[in-house]
Design a protein around this ligand. Structure first.
Ligand code: NAD
Ligand code: TYD
Length: 340
């Protein structure tokens, strides 16, 4: 009997990479195809432990390349598509928004067309809570699946646009879709442009850690493996056409996060440097995950256990992130930050 074929886009990145590893080890009866264009954010070194498994395949392709994507779907007839591939960094979307539209919007539309052409069993679109815009600091307010979409950054606007296309392909063509909207992830293989791995890598090297504005903006942190479990559940049990928010009630100010890491590493909080605020910086994100919990999702990590595990991972895998920060990343960092 043919094995179930699962296409994971963006599987060389942070969350997609963790998800690919989760799927390859949990479902030997599936064939897992990792399709990735290997942009600055993608690397295959993270998959050394699975690259020789006979249920893992890699395809290098741009999701916006219609012909290549169509041919691949026709050849493989995937049953599941789990779509992570995206430009994902808010700061980059502020300095160079165009690629966000090409990859996140047009790329998603190409995948939707291809999925429709072969008739997939489920298309899971990995989105973000940032499409809802921002909350104020009232701790009793949360994003639910019914919160109106009010994206504030070019990144979140491109994700909201792709969410609407996914919804439209369900409403118009009956494509079986789910959209997941997760809060900020952290964990192994997080690219060091994002707050948590940036803080860990810089503090370990006794370098200044940039905090935007007054550091009081709030994010709701979820360990990446809890996100992967949620996607696995939605992929197999989600009701067609539904949106599921993913988050574990781990709200922290940015300053709390940075200080926790610096203290855990035994470094001085004098490393913190307050820098110019991000343009349009969303104040607070916080998820109400009730709908997903009703589907059966239970997160494993608290922020404390997750951040300890993550710091340990960065300490044990220094070569992975050192290779990144010694490359092209240096130019990005110098352009983005003007640190003393
Ligand atoms: P990432 O930037 O680490 O990885 C993105 C991956 O997509 C990379 O491997 C990259 O090479 C690939 N890619 C980019 N453009 C491509 C293209 N045109 N064709 C094929 N592959 C391409 O991102 P991430 O943090 O792992 O996020 C994955 C998804 O999850 C994104 O859709 C993002 O919007 C969403 N999300 C992220 C978070 C978070 O906290 N990081 C939270 C919620 C949702
Ligand atoms: P980030 O990790 O970029 O995720 P997102 O913008 O998707 O939430 O940023 C998390 C928070 O940390 C956000 O409020 C911006 C802030 N931040 C800093 O204060 N300094 C930094 O150098 C970075 C990258 C982010």
């Amino acid at each position: 009997m043919d094995k179930t074929k699962v296409l994971v886009t963006g599987g060389a990145g942070f969350i997609g990479g963790n998800f690919v590893q989760h799927m390859v080890s949990k479902y030997p009866e599936y064939e897992v195809y990792n399709l990735d264009f290997l942009t600055y954010a993608g690397d295959l070194s993270k998959h050394i432990s699975i690259e020789d498994k006979d249920n893992y395949y890699f395809v290098k392709a741009d999701i916006a390349d219609r012909e290549t994507i169509y041919n691949l779907f026709k050849e493989k007839e995937f049953e599941y598509v789990v779509h992570f591939a995206a430009e994902s960094h808010v700061d980059r979307s502020i300095s160079e928004p165009e690629i966000f539209i090409k990859t996140n919007v047009l790329g998603t539309q190409v995948l939707l067309d291809a999925a429709k052409a072969v008739g997939v069993k489920k298309f899971v679109h990995i989105s973000t809570d940032e499409v809802y815009g921002e909350l104020d600091f009232d701790p009793t307010t949360f994003f639910t699946e019914d919160t109106p979409l009010q994206p504030n950054s070019p990144y979140s606007a491109s994700k909201a646009s792709s969410d609407l296309l996914v919804r439209a392909y369900h409403e118009t063509f009956g494509l079986p879709v789910n959209i997941t909207r997760c809060s900020n992830n952290y964990g192994p293989y997080h690219f060091p442009e994002k707050l948590i791995p940036l803080t860990i890598s810089r503090a370990l090297n006794d370098q200044r850690v940039p905090v935007y504005g007054n550091g009081q903006n709030i994010r709701d942190w979820l360990h990446v493996l809890d996100h992967c479990k949620a996607i696995d559940l939605v992929m197999h049990k989600g009701n067609d056409g539904e949106v599921y928010n993913v988050g574990g009630h781990n709200e922290k100010t940015n300053l709390e996060v940075v200080k926790t890491i610096i203290n855990a590493l035994g470094k001085s909080t004098d490393l913190i440097e307050y820098v110019e605020d991000r343009l349009g910086h969303d104040k607070r994100y916080a998820i109400d995950p009730t709908k997903l919990e009703k589907l059966g999702w239970v997160p494993e990590y608290s922020f404390n256990s997750g951040i300890s595990q993550t710091i340990e991972w960065y300490l044990s895998n220094e070569e992975w992130w050192t290779n990144i920060i010694n490359g092209e990343y240096q130019n990005y960092f110098n352009k983005q930050y003007n640190l003393t």
